[in-house]
Design a protein around this ligand. Sequence first.
Ligand SMILES: [Zn+2]
Length: 545
Amino acid sequence: MNLINDSWIPVRHRNGDHALIASWQITEQHDSNPIVALAAPRADFNGALMQFLIGLLQTSTSAKEDEWEELLEQPPTPDDLKQQFLPHAKAFELAGDGPRFMQDCNLPEGEEKPIAALLIEAPGEKSLRDHTDHFIKRGGVNGLCSACTAAALFTLQTNAPSGGVGHRTSLRGGGPLTTLVIFDPKTAGDDLRATLWRNLWLNVLEKPSFLSLGNAKKTAPADIFPWLAPTRTSEAKTGKQTTPEDTHPAQMFWGMPRRIRLDFKNTEEGHCDICGYFSETLVTRYITKNYGVNYTGPWKHPLSPYNVDKQGVPLPVHAQPGGVSYRHWLGLVQKSSSRESAKIVTQFQEHRKLFHQQFRVWAFGYDMDNMKARCWYEATIPLYELEQAYRKHFEGTVERCINAASEVKNYLVRALKEAWFDRLEDAKGDFSFIDLAFWQNTETDFYGCLQDLADSLQTEADKSAAMDRIRERWYKVLVSQAEAQFDQWATSGFFEYENPRRIAQAYNKLRRQLWGKKLRTDTLELPLKSEQPVQEGVLTDVVTV
Ligand SMILES: [Zn+2]
């Protein structure tokens, strides 16, 4: 199968029809019944296939700034795309004797693995030995069709976790977080409508901007697609490290940390264990060897946010337990002191004049526990229309609002522990459910405040009054949510014995913090209120017990 010329990518058209298409067919029927989304049988495959197609467009496009916007509106025809992709077709053969897509070109022998091991959540050998494969059982996947094999291979090389000695991680480490800019699917009316083409093209940089991310002088095909030449292996003493200086920047989409060769000699006939389609040649195993390409140095993949350490070294952001929500705004959508949002997100907000409709950031990735995938997370976060002149005001206010939320969440968690336990040292265990509930319950109000802030900055003359008003509004949300959630959890009967006096003391302390100088004045820059409002209800009564 050739991954450029053959039909293997599962998609959904606007009218709901599903189809398998070749890569260059993504703009078919764009004016009448466009393709609106990928439709892979697994969410992580969809995330990977988006990056496969973005990578293909980014690698083959020569679009400059002025052409970019035109193409967003009026895409190239499938024939144009075919001409654009064809020069690379040789690198996209999945099987055969020559170079094979994302497979080591010279791997006569290696450790034999069942095809299920290509899936990120597959239990590793240690888990199998220790019988800790509780969630993902062995034996569920025995044969994959070529399309699912290709998707699984690309997913693994793009996200590769550490896999034991010398089994390298992906160019962005194990299980990177990816952030794409997409159209809000609810756009309607005269707006540009969300199609797969447009959501892909939003994530392609103009050529000069992309080339600045690496060594554009490295133009040999194997500098882009590493499987076209013998692997730059990374054995302890004799191997090489691979830095941005050593390859073309497009290798960021085509990294090959794992040395893999699929076995097409011992295939079986049957139904694919992932998509269910019948195939005469299900792939059942592959061979692998350690010490594949070891990506080190200051790589900056355009689709991922990075933490920047004290020495200025970029470290890719990974998903964490609890998933993605508005609390990750700083860093995913706007820069913070320690985190840079993805190049594609900053480029969009600073240079692409496309507003007048709603866009979102789609963030996704695995939460990895070293070699094991604990969970797949994805979420979308809205972006707001704003002229560049007001962006600083907007970002400053948002940063204060998020810091305030984080502070209030900490007050709440501590207050609840003090309400539940005589001694804080006894408060052991996982209290992340409180965090999660707090973030979820304040999310709608947060985005409401941001929308109001963006609108007000654009339309009102007194920007500073607008920012004060939004911070005051957000403050009220935080106080009422903290009090309501304290009330709900403190007396929820979770713990064997409730102590009304202890609960009342914790509540009073929480209120002092909520109305205190630190939160209102230092964090939110609001004037201090002279008195706390009188509270009514059960908890106030308890104080007199
Ligand atoms: Zn399949």
